[in-house]
Structures are given as structure tokens and as C-alpha cells.
Ligand binder design. Structure first.
Ligand SMILES: [Fe+2]
Length: 267
């Protein structure tokens, strides 16, 4: 990651436009227009020359089919918001990117029977996301962290983890990577964390061309099959009903179309 000492690069201009929801058509030669926008909170990633956000192991506690929600508040703990942007390699904001978070509760326990502290959401048109949760508790062997999967439409899933600064265990957790540190500040309501993801997506954030998989109806449920990759627009049948894929993904058991309205729209 390189630091830009002065000036406004095209990438930072894109970031500023994303933060201020300025249409990209206004970008060319619009530095004066940006002068009236709110100052940006410095973000640690997506400067010129940045690499994609590194992956980390999924660990044993991921569960598919998390509920779609931006607040996972449930139970005791210090309130925490995590917000930021999802960018491509050119710092272009990526809209409709899927973020699926899961974390330990205040006592350091994962909910493996239900969906406490599990939730997914999609970035808005500016590529922004915001999660309301609690500071995850510690559990043996690990420093404090939040798991997340991030996927641009039509792209592979990035599985990684976010970390907290000034945690004593950061120094002893072999998985800890300082590149994945959030910027965290204390506020009256608790903590505010920010992190910008950079996905290995070149150029624009347009989804890849749609294709319809040539599935064969070997399952009683229909043509939908776990393990099959579905592009945006792909159509399947399940339970005698037809569905169209909304977010490119590789199907997993538990992600059947009736269970995942964020992924599948009934036709
Ligand atoms: Fe974990």
C-alpha cells in the first residue's frame, strides 16, 4: 500500500464520489464540486497500488443461509458498528456486493444451532455497507475478530476476518494480519469500526454476462443443485416453482431457493 502525499487521485476522487453519492458522470473535472462535501473519514485501504483484501480461513463456525439484516444486536455486549465500502482493484465502488458476517457473542460463543450474530447484507449503489452488532467476545486460541464473506456479483467469494487494534492477543494469534485491522474509535454508544474491502475485480463493477446452467432435473426438488454455480439471471426450478438467480453464487445445502430470497427471486 502506498501513501499519496498530496493531490487528488482518480481513485480517491471515486471514493469521494461514492461517499458523497455523486453520480460518476460528474467526476470529470469536478474537484470544485467535491469541495462542499463532508470531510471523509480516513480509510486504510484502496489507495493507489493497493492489493486485494487478503483471504483468511473460514474456520469451523460458518453456517449458510444467514438472515438478511444489517443489525445483529442480540444479547449483552458493547455495541459496535462496522461500516465501509467494497471496492474493485481500480477503487470503483461495487454495488450489490454480498457481505455475510458471523462472529462470537459477548461470551465468546458462536451460535451453531441458530443464527445469533450471523447476518448478510448487500452494498448499496455507492458500494457502502453498515453492520450493527457487538464487540465479539474472546474465545481460547484466538484474538478478537469478526468473520466475513464478501462477494461481488458474479465473482468468487472472498472469505476473511476483521481484527481490532490494541488487542493484546493480536501479538500471539498466528492468523492475525495487520492488513485486516479495522479502524476503531470509541463513541458514546460503544465503538465504531470502519473497513474497506478491495476485491479482485478489475474495471467496472458490472456483473458478468448471464448464462443459464444446463442442469438436469435429477433432484426431486427440481433443477436446482447444491454445488452448482449460478450466475445472475440463471433460472432453476425447485418444488415445482421457477426461480431466477439474483446474486451469483455456488449453491450449498441449505441455500435452496425458497430459503434464500436474497439469492433467488420467484418467477
Ligand atoms: Fe472465529
Amino acid at each position: 500500500m502506498t501513501t499519496e502525499p498530496t493531490g487528488i487521485s482518480r481513485k480517491n476522487l471515486l471514493k469521494a464520489a461514492a461517499a458523497a453519492a455523486i453520480p460518476s458522470a460528474l467526476l470529470a473535472g469536478t474537484v470544485p464540486a467535491l469541495a462542499n462535501t463532508e470531510p471523509l473519514t480516513p480509510t486504510p485501504f484502496c489507495d493507489d497500488g493497493d492489493d486485494p483484501t487478503p483471504p483468511q480461513m473460514e474456520g469451523p463456525y460458518f453456517k449458510p443461509n444467514s438472515p438478511r439484516r444489517t443489525s445483529m444486536l442480540d444479547g449483552a455486549g458493547t455495541r459496535l458498528t462496522v461500516s465501509g465500502y467494497v471496492f474493485g482493484l481500480a477503487c470503483q465502488p461495487i454495488a450489490n456486493a454480498l457481505l455475510d458476517f458471523w462472529q462470537a457473542d459477548n461470551a465468546g460463543a458462536y451460535d451453531n444451532s441458530g443464527y445469533r450474530f450471523r447476518g448478510h447484507q448487500f452494498t448499496n449503489a455507492q458500494g457502502a455497507f453498515s453492520l450493527t452488532t457487538i464487540v465479539p467476545g474472546l474465545y481460547p486460541g484466538r484474538t478478537r475478530h469478526i468473520h466475513v464473506k464478501v462477494q461481488a456479483p458474479g465473482r468468487p467469494i472472498l472469505t476473511t476476518q476483521l481484527y481490532f487494534p490494541n488487542e493484546p492477543r493480536n501479538a500471539t494469534d498466528s492468523l492475525f494480519n495487520p492488513v485486516l485491522l479495522m479502524t476503531v474509535r470509541t463513541v458514546p454508544s460503544g465503538r465504531e469500526g470502519t473497513f474497506d474491502f478491495v476485491l479482485n475485480v478489475a474495471g467496472t463493477s458490472s456483473p458478468s454476462p448471464t448464462t443459464t446452467p444446463t442442469s438436469t432435473p435429477t433432484q426431486p426438488g427440481g433443477t436446482w443443485q447444491a454445488g452448482q454455480y449460478y450466475a445472475v439471471g440463471a433460472q432453476v426450478t425447485y418444488g415445482g416453482l421457477r426461480y431466477q438467480c439474483q446474486i451469483a453464487h455456488t449453491a450449498q445445502p441449505g441455500w435452496e431457493p425458497p430459503n434464500t430470497p436474497a439469492l433467488w427471486r420467484r418467477l
